[in-house]
Write a protein that binds this ligand. Structure first.
Ligand code: MG
Length: 374
C-alpha cells in the first residue's frame, strides 16, 4: 500500500493491541486483523443469519455474510481512492456485524427488550465483545486481540453508559471525537450496501415493485437512464443495471464530497482526523436522496406485513429462549454455564446472540416441542 495519505492509519501510528505481539511477517497489522476475523467462528455463522429475509426464505437473498463482503468491497474502493488504509476499512467491514443476533433487527430489538433490566443489548457493542472476549481461538488471549483502530471502527454506535465502561475504545463517545477516516468509510459503505441490496432483494421477493420505486428520486433517475439506453431489456437486468448505477452514483458522490471536506479541513495527522468533524460524507443533495430511499424501504419493505410476521415469530423465539435460560441456567450448554455463574443474563444474551437463524429455531423446538429430541 504505497502512498497513503499522511492522516491514514498505519501500523506505526496505531495504538496497537491490548496484548503485545510480535509484528506480523509478510503482511500488515491490519491484514492480520482481517485474517483473524475471517478465521473466526462468528464470521462463519454470518452465513446463516438474516439481513432482512430469514435465511431459509430463499437462496438468492443476502445474508449477513454476503452483506459483509459487499460492505468490504465498497469500503475498499472508497478507501483506496482516498489513499486511506484499505486493509483497515476491509477488516472493520468484515467484522462490523459479528455481534448481530439471529433474525436481523427484529432479533436485536427482542434481545434488547429482554435485557432491559440487565444493561440492554446493542449489536455494535456485541460485535466488539465477540472480537475482544467471546472468540476462543488463541492460546495467549481471549478474543482476537485486534488493533485499537479495528476495534474502534467496529464500535460504530454506543450509549454513553456503555462507553464509560469500555475505557479507551469508548472515549470518543464521551468527548465528542471521531474515529479514523477508514472507520467512517466502512460505516457509510455499510449503508450503501444495504440500501442497494435491499432494493434488489425487495424486488426479487415481490414485496416491493419497480413502479413503487419510481417515486424515489435516486432510483428513478438511474431507472430512466437504463430504460432510455436499453428500451427492451428484461426486468431482471433492468433491476441489476439500475442498482449497480445507484451504487456507483453513491460511491462517486461520497468520494468527491469527502475529498473536498478533507481539503477544507486540511488534516495533517490521524489526531487531526479525530478532532475534526466527520469528513467522509455525501453531498447535501445526495444525502437527501439516500435518506428518501431509506424512508421508502422502511415504509414499504421493513414494515411489510410479511416481514413483520417473520419478525413477530423471531421475537417470540428469542424471548422464549431468554425466559427459559434465565429461569434455569442448567439448560445452557456447559461453556455458557460457567459464564452464567458470574452474570447469568449476559451469558444468556451471549449464547442467543451467537445463534444463527436456523439454530435458534431448532433450539426453540428442542426445548419447547415435546415431540422433538433434545
Ligand atoms: Mg451491516
Amino acid at each position: 500500500m504505497a502512498d497513503l495519505a499522511p492522516y491514514a492509519v498505519t501500523g506505526s501510528n496505531s495504538r496497537g493491541r491490548q496484548v503485545a505481539e510480535a509484528a506480523p511477517q509478510g503482511r500488515s497489522e491490519f491484514q492480520r486483523d482481517r485474517d483473524r476475523i475471517i478465521h473466526s467462528g462468528a464470521f462463519r455463522r454470518l452465513e446463516y443469519k438474516t439481513q432482512v429475509f430469514v435465511n431459509h426464505e430463499g437462496d438468492l437473498f443476502r445474508t449477513r455474510l454476503t452483506h459483509s463482503i459487499e460492505v468490504a468491497q465498497i469500503a475498499r474502493s472508497i478507501a483506496r481512492r482516498l489513499r486511506l488504509n484499505e486493509d483497515l476499512s476491509e477488516a472493520i467491514s468484515l467484522a462490523h456485524d459479528l455481534g448481530h443476533t439471529p433474525f436481523g433487527h427484529a432479533g436485536q430489538d427482542a434481545l434488547n427488550a429482554c435485557m432491559k433490566a440487565f444493561g440492554g443489548f446493542e449489536h455494535n457493542l456485541q460485535s466488539l465483545r465477540v472480537v475482544d472476549m467471546l472468540e476462543e481461538r488463541y492460546a495467549a488471549f481471549d478474543g482476537l486481540n485486534l488493533c485499537f483502530e479495528t476495534r474502534e471502527g467496529i464500535l460504530k454506535h454506543c450509549s454513553a453508559d456503555n462507553a464509560a465502561k469500555l475505557g479507551e475504545v469508548g472515549e470518543r463517545f464521551l468527548n465528542n471525537r471521531r474515529p479514523s477516516l477508514e472507520a467512517q468509510v466502512a460505516n457509510l459503505a455499510d449503508e450503501i450496501a444495504y440500501n442497494n441490496h435491499d432494493v434488489d432483494d425487495g424486488l426479487r421477493s415481490g414485496l416491493i415493485t419497480l413502479e413503487q420505486l419510481e417515486a424515489v428520486p435516486l432510483v428513478a433517475r438511474q431507472l430512466n437512464e437504463v430504460h432510455h439506453a436499453y428500451p427492451d431489456l428484461p426486468e431482471r437486468r433492468v433491476v441489476h443495471e439500475t442498482v449497480r448505477r445507484m451504487i456507483n452514483a453513491l460511491v462517486t458522490d461520497l468520494i468527491r464530497q469527502s475529498e473536498s471536506n478533507i481539503i477544507s479541513q486540511t488534516p495533517a495527522t490521524l489526531e487531526d482526523v479525530r478532532s475534526a468533524p466527520a469528513m467522509i460524507a455525501y453531498s447535501t443533495e445526495m444525502n437527501e436522496q439516500q435518506r428518501a430511499l431509506k424512508n421508502f424501504l422502511r415504509t414499504h419493505l421493513y414494515r411489510h406485513y410479511r416481514v413483520l410476521r417473520m419478525s413477530a415469530k423471531a421475537q417470540r423465539i428469542i424471548s422464549d429462549l431468554f425466559g427459559i435460560f434465565m429461569a434455569d441456567s442448567r439448560l445452557l450448554p456447559p461453556q455458557f454455564q460457567s459464564l452464567a455463574e458470574h452474570d447469568r443474563a449476559r451469558a444468556v444474551a451471549d449464547y442467543i446472540a451467537g445463534m444463527t437463524d436456523r439454530y435458534a429455531i431448532r433450539e426453540h423446538r428442542r426445548i419447547f416441542a415435546v415431540e422433538e429430541g433434545v
